[in-house]
Design a protein around this ligand. Structure first.
Ligand SMILES: C[S@@+](CC[C@H](N)C(=O)[O-])C[C@H]1O[C@@H](n2cnc3c(N)ncnc32)[C@H](O)[C@@H]1O
Length: 251
């Protein structure tokens, strides 16, 4: 079974609307890109982080499996033609890009699109093959939170009202259900568009418990350079909602 479901990524305008307020990670990835000068970004999407990283002067190779998301990224690049960004259509589960990089990133929870430990191990090995000697791998993910898993599958959570890109007011909310055996949170996003259309998209997100990921990191022989709970560099603690990692290639 393929773990990739692209429903959520078929409408980049909606994706951008949903996440336009998300800025907490931008400085973090910009700083890493500035230091590295050259970045391979996995799951680049519409460029929410790609463009800020490229604005530091870094060269960014931006890989994504969704042609719709990449299409929007290309439109944005056309508006900022001085940026050095190469969009690539590809699958990070079979990563094979020319050259090596001082920095590879897998930002904004994209690791939740990998469903089993073998996929994570394969990704870790592939990233190591794409890193320069001494290169670094930066990623972030959610820490599983049981309060989310106890939600009413038909409830209304995180209700938002926005201007619909096609006109009128758009309402959106979330609910879903959690499979505790597969550790998959089936998040359902509901949209009620300005013209009355309704749409529901389900995004299955494989939740990784921190100790699971740390075991896979040890097994892959990464150097654990940073293990934080936020983008300000607070070390991981018992109330963490995020896991923000910086890994170094050995040898
Ligand atoms: C949560 S979005 C993050 C997008 C962007 N980096 C951001 O921060 O807004 C995850 C992205 O990963 C992409 N993606 C998911 N699975 C993928 C895969 N196997 N290979 C390449 N891209 C993938 C999706 O198409 C989507 O654009």
């Amino acid at each position: 079974m393929s773990s990739y479901r692209d429903e959520f990524y078929r409408d980049p305008a909606i994706y951008d609307l949903e996440y336009r307020r998300l800025t907490e990670d931008i400085d973090h990835y910009m700083g890493l890109a500035r230091d590295a000068g050259r970045v391979l970004e996995l799951g680049a999407g519409t460029g929410r982080l790609t463009l800020p990283m490229a604005r530091t002067g870094a060269e960014v190779v931006a890989l994504d499996l969704s042609r719709a998301m990449l299409g929007r990224l290309k439109e944005r690049l056309a508006e900022e033609s001085d940026l050095d960004v190469t969009p690539i259509h590809g699958d990070f589960r079979m990563l094979d890009v020319d050259g090596t990089f001082p920095l590879v990133t897998l930002p904004f929870n994209a690791i939740h699109h990998l469903f089993d430990a073998a996929e994570v191990t394969e990704l870790f090995q592939a990233v190591q093959r794409h890193l320069d000697r001494g290169g670094r791998f930066a990623l972030d993910m959610l820490v599983p939170d049981f309060r989310f898993f106890e939600r009413d599958p038909d409830g209304v959570y995180e209700l938002r009202r926005d201007k619909d890109p096609d006109g009128g007011e758009m309402r959106s909310w979330e609910n879903g259900w959690y499979d505790p055996i597969a550790q998959i949170n089936h998040v359902r996003y509901h949209f009620e568009r300005g013209d009355g259309r309704t749409q529901t998209v389900e995004v299955p997100m494989r939740m990784w418990y921190p100790q699971e990921i740390l075991a896979l990191i040890r097994q892959a022989r990464w150097r654990l350079l940073r293990c934080d709970q936020d983008f300000q560099g607070t070390p991981l603690g018992p109330h963490a909602k995020k896991l923000v990692l910086l890994l170094g290639k050995r040898g």
